[in-house]
Design a protein around this ligand. Sequence first.
Ligand code: ATP
Ligand code: ZN
Length: 216
Amino acid sequence: MPNTDSILRIALQKSGRLSEDSFRLFKECGIKFESGTGKLKTSSSNFPAEFLFLRDDDIPGYVEDGVADIGIVGENVFVETNRKAEVTYRLGFSKCRLSIAVPRGVDYKGVDDFQGKSIATSYPRILANYLKEQGVKAEIHEISGSVEIAPSIGLAEGVCDIVSSGSTLLSNGLKEVETIFRSEAILISNKKLAKSKHDTLNKLLFRIKAVQTAQN
Ligand code: ATP
Ligand code: ZN
């Protein structure tokens, strides 16, 4: 029976684009746990870890608050939520980018075209930082989903959303014009981990690195 102080609480996305690769990573590390049973919490049978299955947006906050010790989340979500946690390891999967897109027919000349215009996004913080850097004053319309339809319904001149292949943009009559952020899955950890948990985290990182070295 492991010392309970050393049990690492790990927050993973319940189901979505991070889940499969996150679950696989632990399996490859030889860490066994049950997933997909509908349970929101489970323990590993052979490693001092407990898994919490959550919505990805909630993971940075749980890690900041110490409800979870570590978590796997997209860097885009980590930066957007602006929660305080350590970026401990870059995992290299779930790669995507945050881009601005406009209707295909628009004669786009540069980011200055957005001066006085509006952009719909689920990433208001990252977009605001980018526009500020570029010296562009544009209105940001925060919407939580289906961002791509905003131009066609007259809500905004442009959109700023996650792109991986570009097919969603294409099927909504949009073209990508600026990439503002590149993201991948990252392992984040609580800033004040107890020594005993830190030791468990180091064991985990050692295994992750070994798995990744073997694959490259
Ligand atoms: P949840 O229900 O947990 O809130 P979600 O719908 O917000 O999930 P997903 O679409 O599963 O999130 O994406 C999770 C993360 O996967 C994104 O934040 C991003 O880092 C990454 N990702 C990789 N490719 C894509 C893509 N094509 N579209 C969206 N996200 C992607
Ligand atoms: Zn989400």
